[in-house]
Ligand binder design. Structure first.
Ligand code: M5T
Ligand code: MG
Length: 242
């Protein structure tokens, strides 16, 4: 279990190529190993964009993004895969088998490790029901895996890779409350010691976080625990009470 993965953003400004206005403006925060940082904010606030900078799909125009003191721009693609596990808001699969998808970040993983990750991700049952199990073929646009199953496979894929940093982009909002609770309980154990950053909508997901960042219009407009923010932050109250 990793015990490092400190994420630090310093004064990050970013705009998409060709756009006139930046989407992120002066964002700074630290996410510590062993802790969960939740990010909350209205649609278009820049949450997904923020995660794409941490996973280095883009580089900021200003400021820095570092993991354990190393700028992510100094990490190679292969290295990046073992440092950061992103579970995207729109989960995707590669053409291949379920097993090859799960092994993407760590080709040497055993079948037992894949099943354990599937168990935690609440995906073992539906894979077991497939005729070919881990060898069942899936494709990018395939319909033999539902949206929710796709999401669980992406969570399992991240777990198999054992990264230092997990980025969950709205991975739990579509789950029913019971599955959500079961999944996050298992994840708590499986990701212990790593840095966990969760973009979330549900109060039950957010309130147990060690730190909550409130985003609005590309800026961090509040940070603290649930109780602290309820007390002090109007934007947080509006989001939580809506
Ligand atoms: C923030 C724009 C988007 C919005 C702003 C991903 C993406 C976003 N945008 C682009 O121009 N190009 C892109 O590829 O950036 O968008 P976000 O970061 O996706 O916001 P969010 O994750 O907080 O929103 P949501 O709806 O997921 O809660 O102006 O148009
Ligand atoms: Mg988003």
């Amino acid at each position: 279990v990793p015990t490092a993965g400190r994420v630090e953003l310093r004064d990050v400004t970013f705009g998409y190529p060709g756009a006139e206005r930046p989407v992120l403006d002066g964002v700074s925060f630290v996410a510590e190993p062993g802790q969960t940082t939740a990010i909350i904010g209205s649609t278009g606030a820049g949450k997904t964009t923020l995660l794409s900078l941490v996973s280095r799909q883009y580089d900021p125009q200003q400021g820095s993004v570092a993991i354990d003191g190393v700028s992510v721009s100094d990490l190679g693609r292969h290295e990046m895969a073992s440092v950061v596990g992103l579970i995207p808001q729109k989960p995707y699969l590669f053409s291949g088998t379920i097993g090859s998808n799960l092994r993407f970040g760590r080709p040497e993983a055993t079948d037992a490790e894949l099943w354990e990750a599937l168990r935690v991700a609440q995906g073992a049952d539906f894979v077991r029901e497939k005729t070919h199990g881990l060898d069942e073929r899936v494709s990018q646009g395939g319909t033999n895996v539902s949206g929710g199953q796709r999401q669980r496979l992406c969570i399992a894929r991240a777990l198999v890779a054992r990264p230092r940093v997990y980025l969950f982009d709205d991975s739990f909002s579509a789950l029913d409350v019971a599955t959500d609770a079961r999944l996050r309980e298992g994840l708590g154990e499986a990701t212990a010691g790593a840095t966990v950053i969760i973009v979330a909508q549900r109060v039950s997901t957010i309130r147990s976080a060690d730190q909550i960042l409130v985003m609005d219009g590309g800026a961090v407009v509040g940070r603290g625990t649930h109780d602290e923010l309820l007390e002090s932050n109007e934007t947080y109250r509006e989001i939580v009470e809506s």
